[in-house]
Design a protein around this ligand. Structure first.
Ligand code: ZN
Length: 109
């Protein structure tokens, strides 16, 4: 076997590193697409579903445990209860991950 010089560029370099974010509830680092994004506008945090504006914070999209009020309190303070209710109300059947494949697949049910 020839001791071929291993590519300096590791296989991982072929993949563009996805921008990582960390969940404000559990601190887990994950690709941005696996989060629900919350935006602060005018001092009020809202669950963001459309385009990105303003400051953002991220919560695991697939982990309802991360939407619990007590876990949000650390980051969102007095708004934790409202946000928790909104997240659970909206995403209790699973948050739509903001991956491109979902938004570009025209599924008709
Ligand atoms: Zn989390």
């Amino acid at each position: 076997m020839e001791p071929s010089a291993v590519d300096v560029a590791s296989p991982a370099a072929a993949l563009r590193p996805a921008p990582e974010r960390s969940c404000v509830a559990c601190r887990r680092r994950r690709p941005q697409g696996e989060f629900v994004r919350l935006t602060r506008l005018g001092g009020v945090w809202t669950v963001q579903t459309g385009h990105r504006t303003g400051r953002g914070s991220y919560l695991c999209a697939d982990s309802p445990a991360c939407w619990a009020e007590k876990r949000l309190k650390r980051h969102f303070g007095a708004q934790a209860g409202t946000l928790s209710a909104e997240l659970i109300g909206r995403f209790q059947h699973g948050a739509p991950l903001s991956t491109k494949s979902i938004s570009t697949t025209p599924t008709m049910e």
